[in-house]
Design a protein. Structure first.
Length: 208
């Protein structure tokens, strides 16, 4: 009975994903300029804001934003609609009793045959960001201030925040999301360099 229930859940996830993948996709993928592209800016404050704004192309991209929803329900697809089938992250961000995120999302991306979705995303630590780290519906300036606040960024100082952005393997999934999904712009290395340069120039934020 338990195996049958799991198969139903997985089948529903695949069917829901097929439905969402039929929606129109963005055709133009934004490029990510390296930190060196901003080196000639004379004002450290303006350079810092420009660096974070460039990094915001990644932060605001669906591959990142979909896991930082304003509600307990993950977002899905390039249009960032609510997850189909309806699931909740729960208090831990790992799902709810009887329906953990890992019931469908396994340790790696799984290619699918005969569907338009092409693959099921996966990672060993697949989960939603905690509620205090929600980005959905916020301006880039508001997200910037949130990222600097240990009470809302997972208890990280700036050094730990950089390490998370530049080296975390779950963050890295955004650039390797499986066939059929648009990767985040640039690379994690370029993104990490932008975050480091932003911090070195004062970690200034765009206006909310």
């Amino acid at each position: 009975m338990r195996k049958a229930a799991i198969l139903i859940v997985v089948s529903a996830a695949v069917v829901g994903s097929i439905w969402l993948d039929a929606r129109p996709r963005a055709q133009v993928r934004p490029e990510l300029r390296p930190a060196a592209a901003f080196a000639d800016m004379q004002s450290a404050r303006e350079r810092s804001i420009a660096l974070f704004s460039e990094a915001g192309k990644v932060i605001g991209h669906p591959r990142c934003m979909n896991c930082h929803p304003a509600t307990g329900r993950p977002l899905q697809g390039d249009d960032q609609h609510p997850h189909v089938p309806k699931v909740e992250g729960g208090s831990s961000g790992l799902g709810v009793a009887g329906l953990a995120c890992t019931a469908c999302h396994r340790e790696r991306n799984i290619p699918l045959v005969g569907t338009t979705i092409k693959s099921m995303p996966g990672h060993p630590r697949w989960h939603l960001a905690p509620g205090e780290m929600a980005w959905e519906g916020k301006s880039l300036g508001q997200i910037c201030e949130q990222l600097k606040d240990p009470a809302r960024n997972g208890g990280r100082d700036l050094a730990a925040l950089h390490d998370h952005m530049a080296h975390d393997d779950l963050v890295a999934w955004g650039w390797d999301p499986g066939d059929g999904r648009e990767p985040a712009p640039g690379t994690q290395a370029i993104f990490g360099d932008l975050i480091r340069a932003w911090m070195e120039t004062g970690a200034e934020c765009p206006l909310p």
